[in-house]
Each structure stands twice: as structure tokens, then as C-alpha cells.
Design a protein around this ligand. Sequence first.
Ligand code: NAP
Length: 279
Amino acid sequence: MVKIFGVIGHPVAHSLSPVMHNAVFRSLKIDANYFSFDVGKNELQDGIKGAKALKFSGLNVTIPHKISVMKYLDIIDESAKIVNAVNTIKFDNKKTIGYNTDGIGAIKAIKKRTEIEGKKIFIFGAGGAARSIIFSALFNNAEISVYNRTEEKVDVINDEVMKKLNKRIKKVDLNNLMSELENCEIIINATSVGMFPDVNESIIDEKFMPEGKIVMDIVYNPIETKFLKYAKKKNCITIDGVDMLVYQGAESLKIWLDIEIKDDIIKIMKDAVIKELKK
Ligand code: NAP
């Protein structure tokens, strides 16, 4: 029987997940289809119930449902429990299981270029994606500094990190921003600044971008953000948001299909995303 997958969110029309996953299904001749489903906040419970009744195999979950969907699931995996957000649901023997693959997606994208263990990582942002990356990086024994426009959100994450992992993150303010950027090895923009259509924005000015770091932007549209352009000019190694998108998607596939994700599958997913973004 054909397997049905999809992404639920609102809005969701521009999601790249259908293109990315369907490319794998076609290429590996897996009898499956992946759709996007625009589901409003008031329709979420019915949406999950309906997907279960229709014997869907799996769903991705995006904004604004990553937290609210948790109360409609039977089991929450540790990966989602720790960050308090679900981006992947597996429908398994009538049970719904929620996972989170965002953090591991980001870590895999970084690990392609460098080891993380013991590294100092500076993160801009304290939203949902930043939170997943912070927890995953701490699991990988990195040291984390965070700057966020709304500084209190960093305190909230710090309290959770303390409670759940007995670790601390360093809260950065405008006074020590420059020195922290200079002292770290990896810099990540985990804010939405620079995302289409605001492609001329960057979370920092070119003059504040330090030389020779590893710099990642989790924004994937455009593929090369202003932030990454500045980083390239300062001889940094850059990692774009497409890599994280692909790796988090690949982790979802692994959960749903129980298959090993080899480099050729990653390439199929990445090519499909880039082709779509260049349209
Ligand atoms: P979110 O929970 O809404 O968080 C947004 C973050 O951006 C917050 O830290 C927010 O700061 C900051 N921000 C927004 N506008 C800002 C501005 N003008 N100046 C300074 N900071 C600003 O969103 P999210 O889910 O974390 O997603 C963030 C971005 O990551 C989005 O562009 C999303 O598409 C991308 N993303 C990519 C992947 C991937 O696989 N590549 C995965 C997930 C998300 P405040 O707290 O001060 O509002």
C-alpha cells in the first residue's frame, strides 16, 4: 500500500519538504508520496486524528504547531522532550510518536566541516530552532554563548539547560558581543534575519564579522545570505541552511522508514532543494 507522508503547518505552501522527500521516494522507488497540509491552529487536533485514521505513515510539523502538537501525541521521544518541540511524527501501530530532528540536523551539517566536541559556539537567536541547536550542541560537549534581541529568552533557555542537563550557556549582551565573537570557533545565525524577502539584512554588520571562523546560517532562502557573504569576505568557512534542512529531513526519513541514510540520499535531497530554490 502506498505510504502517505506530509508536513503540517500554517502557512505551509512554500515548504521545500515535499520536493525533498518525494525526490528520495522516486529515486529509491519507494511507493510513497509526501504532501503539504495547511492546518490552522483550531484544526490541529482533528488533523492528527484524521492522519491517524487514514493510516498516514509520518508527518513533519512546522510553525506554528511544533509545541502545541505535543498534547495530541501518544508518546514523546527524548529528542523532542528535551527541547519541548516536535518536528517529526511517526504513526506506528496506531500510536503517534513525536521526535525532534532539527538539532541533530544542524549538528550533522557542522560535523561535515569540523568536530564540535570542546568547541566554543556562538549562537544568534533564542527561538525554536536556536533552542534545538543549543541542546544538541551541549550534548556534543560544546561551549555555548547566545545573543538574542529579547534577552530574557536566553535566561529561560538557560534555566531549562540547567534543570535538564546541569550545564550552563553564556548570555551575551551588546557590551561583550564583539569579544565573544572573536573568542569562539563557530558562529551560527539561528534567527530569521536575512530570510527572503529581507535578503539585504544581516544579524551583524560586515565590520563585526571576525576573520577565519566557521560560520553557519540556518536561513536557507536565499541559499547564500548576506551574513554568509560577509563571512566569505572574512575568509570564514561557511555552511548554508540547506545543509541543516536536508540533514533534519534525512533524520525524519530514518525514523519513518528505518533506512540508513547514505551520502547519495543526502545528495538527492540537496539537489532537489537547490533546484527548487533556484526556480
Ligand atoms: P522563531 O522561533 O520565531 O525565532 C525567531 C528568532 O529570530 C528569535 O530569536 C528572534 O528574536 C529572532 N529575530 C527575528 N527577527 C529579528 C530581528 N529583526 N532582529 C533580531 N532578531 C530577530 O523561529 P525559528 O523556528 O527558530 O526559525 C528561525 C529561522 O530558522 C527561520 O528563518 C527558519 O526558516 C529557519 N529554520 C531553518 C531550518 C533549517 O533546517 N535550515 C530549521 C528550522 C528553522 P526575538 O526572540 O527577539 O524575537
